[in-house]
Design a protein around this ligand. Structure first.
Ligand SMILES: [Zn+2]
Ligand SMILES: [Zn+2]
Length: 366
């Protein structure tokens, strides 16, 4: 039915037409539903204190008469009185509740005593409430509100104000993420601001055909030679071992040497095989940033390959507005063994993306 037709029907029936929610921003039914949900959420906290019961009564009153919280009505009539709220405690068989509904002074003081606790609880539970409402498809965001009567003899009034986030503020999370179609990530080479040594490494690339390459090869060769010869000595020791115990000791020695040398020189091997690898750990403690990579790239100036120190960042598509620069390249751990992956700082084991240093693109791996 169109708006015009709606108005016509209302006119014909001689009743006051409910104002369109898109004109006034007020939807009594949605306010009522929101209040009912908040009450249900609050009931789930397992908090049996009086303050929470007061909050639940306030929700219940709102559910019954949502229009009393209408923001653009008579401000003197907005909200619920302490006598009404505390009188509503008969629901919980609270002793003294019928008295509070009649005695203004008593109810006023009681409510004053409860209100700070209610506000504190509301703050602490803000996320529970917001998520609970979102899960039920409600978009209104209620806030506790007290209208001060002031010194004019008017009573304080209690209730909620409602924010409608639609078109106002961006929700913290995108409401719908299609996990089967997460956007690609684009890795960008980022500035490296670590200490001097790291900056120096970053500022140049090591041309593999030039002196940098010779140092690299000499380093790799020396490491290999060292490991091989020590292992060889141990192997000879093992074959010459007189007892099972010395044999085992020598075997253990080999294992230790191999794993230690992998820790120290493994990056050389990985860099040679994969052309990109996490930079050796000894660079990390020297600077604030982590996640440095070493990569071999074709270098036009060097007319060959060059090794350079790099750092990549990307925006996390799952985190949306909060995901800027949050993805860093790290180890694939056991799940993606032997691979480098992009991990989001906000959820390193959930927002995981593939990493390709040539195309600088990645796709969601979950
Ligand atoms: Zn993320
Ligand atoms: Zn290729």
């Amino acid at each position: 039915m169109t708006d015009q037709a709606n108005a016509k029907v209302a006119e014909d029936a001689g009743v006051e037409q409910e104002p369109n929610r898109f004109e006034t921003g007020w939807d009594s039914q949605e306010v009522s539903r929101t209040a009912r949900s908040v009450e249900r959420i609050a009931a789930g906290w397992g908090d049996r204190s009086q303050a929470i019961k007061v909050l639940r009564v306030l929700c219940h009153l709102t559910e019954e008469e949502p229009d009393r919280l209408k923001p653009d009505g008579d401000p003197d009539q907005w909200g619920f009185l302490a006598t009404e709220v505390l009188g509503g405690m008969v629901r919980f068989n609270t002793p003294g509740a019928d008295q509070w509904s009649k005695d203004h002074e008593k109810a006023k003081n009681r409510m004053k005593a409860h209100w700070p606790t209610i506000e504190k609880t509301w703050q602490r539970q803000a996320a529970t409430i917001a998520d609970g409402l979102e899960a039920e498809g409600l978009s209104l965001q209620p806030r506790l509100h007290r209208a001060e009567g002031g010194g004019t003899g008017k009573s304080n009034r209690y209730g909620f104000q409602f924010d409608n986030p639609n078109g106002m503020t961006e929700s913290a999370r995108p409401t719908e993420i299609d996990l089967l179609r997460v956007a690609q990530v684009h890795y960008r080479r980022a500035h490296i601001s670590g200490n001097r040594f790291v900056r120096w490494l970053w500022s140049r690339s090591f041309d593999l055909a030039g002196w940098g390459g010779r140092i690299y090869l000499a380093f790799a060769f020396a490491a290999l030679l060292g490991v091989v010869s020590i292992t060889w000595i141990y192997l000879i020791g093992m074959s010459a071992a007189g007892t099972a115990l010395t044999f085992l000791k020598a075997g253990l020695g080999i294992l230790l040497i191999l794993s230690a040398s992998w820790l120290v020189f493994g990056w050389l091997v990985r860099l040679t095989i994969d052309r990109v690898t996490l930079a050796p750990a000894f660079l990390d403690p020297l600077s604030k940033e982590t996640n440095y990579l070493l990569e071999v790239r074709e270098s036009p100036e060097a007319q060959g390959n060059a090794i350079s120190l790099v750092r990549y960042v990307a925006n996390c598509p799952l985190c949306g507005a909060h995901g800027r620069d949050k993805i860093h390249v790290g180890s694939g751990r056991l799940e993606f063994f032997g691979r480098l992956v992009g991990r989001c700082d906000r959820a390193p084991n959930a927002h995981v993306f593939s990493f390709d240093h040539v195309t600088q693109r990645g796709r969601f791996l979950r």
